[in-house]
Ligand binder design. Structure first.
Ligand SMILES: Cc1cc2nc3c(=O)[nH]c(=O)nc-3n(C[C@H](O)[C@H](O)[C@H](O)COP(=O)(O)OP(=O)(O)OC[C@H]3O[C@@H](n4cnc5c(N)ncnc54)[C@H](O)[C@@H]3O)c2cc1C
Length: 386
């Protein structure tokens, strides 16, 4: 691995930085877990897209600029350096987009990718059900073929931003006699279809952006199936690898948090336990290690490799690191950590508490860390299942 940037990569970085300096909103947008914030973030995404920056690794015809994955990492570094807004359509651009790129038909690519890049259409991920979380193969929601449509029944839950999203990509049992990971299909469902009911669920931070989604004879054209009928598990696993292994959480996100943590420590060092200094330094080092490991993964992908079960190692690493950084920040802030940003004495407290509440979910979403450890044991280390 050569850790020096080429002149082309340096020019790319300069171009991204200059654009972001001109365009990044001066003030943070409202949380995208609120209706107002959701729409503010969509407007920002439209601006990014107009500049050609929404998904730099995508081909130009789908709203990207044909950048390679190293340039994508550079873009991410600049994006977080500029403190640009969170990506409201992350389920679309980071998860579904690459899946459609790999498994979608030319018509699906042309229909869905540009509107995803501009966040004209925001996507929710519909995998979890009340009785199918860690055990995703226990999915019960059905999509039964009726000539040129699927008729969908059942329930999905915990769909992030599902309360406001326009579309859902989900796994449904298209062969009613099938079991486990057989007989599932990967289907795209407009959330405003007749027969679809979206019921918001409030999160730990009090914002109702999660949703449970009910399907009562909702009809979806067969053209909205991605991949072969009954092969949905294979398609979904490709999405899961992108999610855990690379795209969902780029290292720049954690390097940015680590840098903010170091600043927070410096501002408050006088009142801190000496052992906190060590914790902060360790967090910073772990964020750097994650960045180097990601560069290694990207170099492997560029050389023709694929992301496999080792993606589970990544997921555990970033989720535990995020939690450790936020815990350290709360320790530094002491009792002040619990102040809301608008409280009179909250200067310098920033949004660490909100970040901590979200970091608590890191070991749960994208497959719990216990499940990732099972995957590592069985598929990376080759240990027996029992
Ligand atoms: C912030 C957040 C966002 C989310 N967004 C989405 C989304 O957009 N779309 C979506 O579909 N889902 C989403 N989820 C749901 C998430 O995928 C599930 O919560 C997760 O897969 C766990 O499933 P569960 O909640 O049903 O818990 P369960 O599967 O019931 O697990 C409960 C506990 O038992 C443990 N456990 C279960 N089975 C085993 C086993 N075999 N070995 C060891 N331990 C085990 C688990 O690790 C966990 O600690 C989100 C969750 C969160 C917290």
């Amino acid at each position: 691995m050569d850790l020096t940037y080429t002149p082309k990569q340096q020019a790319f970085r300069a171009e991204v930085r200059a654009w972001l300096e001109r365009h990044t909103p001066a003030r943070p947008l409202a949380s995208f877990d609120t209706r107002q914030g959701f729409e503010e973030h969509r407007r920002w995404e439209a601006e990014l897209d107009a500049g050609g920056w929404s998904m730099v690794p995508w081909p130009v015809e789908y709203g990207g600029r044909g950048a390679d994955l190293l340039e994508w990492l550079i873009f991410e570094e600049e994006y977080y350096r500029a403190s640009a807004p969170g990506r409201v359509n992350q389920n679309g651009i980071f998860l579904l987009g690459p899946t459609i790129m790999e498994y979608g038909t030319p018509e699906q690519k042309a229909r869905f990718l540009p509107r995803m890049a501009s966040s004209d259409e925001v996507w929710a991920q519909g995998w979890s059900e009340p009785n199918a979380g860690s055990d995703m193969a226990a999915i019960q929601a059905t999509a039964i073929r009726d000539t040129d449509h699927y008729v969908i029944n059942g329930q999905k839950t915990w769909a992030s931003r599902g309360a406001y999203a326009h579309w859902l990509f989900g796994l449904f049992r298209s062969d009613p006699g099938s079991e486990r990971h057989h007989g599932l299909s990967f289907i795209l469902v407009p959330l405003d279809s007749p027969g679809v009911t979206v019921r918001p669920i409030e999160k730990l931070n009090g914002k109702a952006a999660f949703a449970e989604i009910f399907f009562d004879d909702a009809r979806v054209p067969v053209e909205h199936r991605v991949g072969e009928e009954g092969q949905g598990w294979k398609v979904a696993m490709a999405t899961a690898s992108f999610e855990r292994g690379l795209m969902l959480r780029s290292p720049a996100r954690f390097q940015r948090t680590a840098a903010r943590l170091v600043d927070l420590y410096r501002e408050n060092a006088g009142g801190c336990e000496p052992s906190l200094r060590e914790k902060v330094v360790e967090c910073w080092m772990r964020a750097e290690a994650y960045a180097l490991e990601t560069y290694r993964t990207v170099c492997r992908l560029l050389a023709g490799g694929r992301i496999g079960a080792e993606a589970s190692l990544n997921k555990i690493f970033w989720s535990e690191l995020d939690l450790a950084m936020h815990e350290a920040a709360l320790e530094i802030l002491g009792v002040r950590a619990e102040l809301l940003p608008e409280a009179p004495a909250a200067e310098g407290v920033d949004d660490w508490l909100d970040g901590y509440l979200f970091a608590l979910a890191g070991p749960i979403y994208a497959g719990t860390n216990e499940i990732q450890r099972n995957v590592i044991a069985e598929r990376v280390l080759g240990l027996p299942r029992k």
